[in-house]
Design a protein around this ligand. Sequence first.
Ligand SMILES: [Zn+2]
Length: 57
Amino acid sequence: MKHLIRKCTACGAYTLAQKCPKCGGQTADPHPPKYSPDDKYVRYRVAERYEGDKDYK
Ligand SMILES: [Zn+2]
């Protein structure tokens, strides 16, 4: 079973509802979707490094 806990973006209350029962604000999954930081960024940085090495000759 997947977790359904959500957090209000307005008041920070935890709830299972799409809308905060306290303030009616938007709730969001407090666990951000997984992404691989060593994919996009590393590639970008590597590319950047190659750009900087253009005058290596
Ligand atoms: Zn709230």
